[in-house]
Design a protein around this ligand. Structure first.
Ligand SMILES: [Zn+2]
Length: 132
């Protein structure tokens, strides 16, 4: 079994050929597709050359399949997608909606693994046991 990412609303597969594909939109821009590196803590992204990500700006994330809003219940600045690792374990992957902010949380039950230099920024709100 390989790692997979699923939409928490429609269970659609979001990982295609080593890219986690999401639809994002900033209030003042048209929407765009964002290809993310599926490795937690790797913040490489790919998007159409005619568009840009504005550092420090907040984007809303949607599932490219059902168009549902991908939103974390834990914090308004976080997105949530479901992740299944190579052993079949299911996690919630939460990461920042703010471009350039490196904070990712891999959560199972009450335990969290954190990734990215900005991870401490939201950790206090999460109320989980950090096992990183
Ligand atoms: Zn969906």
């Amino acid at each position: 079994m390989t790692t997979d990412y699923m939409c928490p609303i429609c269970n659609g597969h979001l990982l295609v050929d080593s890219h986690l594909i999401l639809s994002i939109k900033h209030a003042n821009q048209t929407g765009m597709l964002l290809l993310m590196n599926p490795e937690a803590g790797n913040y490489q992204t790919i998007y159409h050359p005619s568009q840009q990500l504005i550092e420090g700006e907040k984007y809303e994330f949607h599932c490219p399949i059902c168009h549902g809003k991908l939103h974390s219940e834990l914090n308004d600045n976080l997105v949530m997608v479901q992740m299944r690792d190579e052993t079949g374990k299911l996690f919630e992957l939460h990461f920042s909606k703010i471009a350039g902010q490196r904070s990712t949380y891999k959560i199972m039950g009450k335990e969290v693994q954190t990734f990215g230099i900005d991870a401490p920024h939201y950790l206090d709100f999460l109320n989980l046991i950090d096992i990183s």
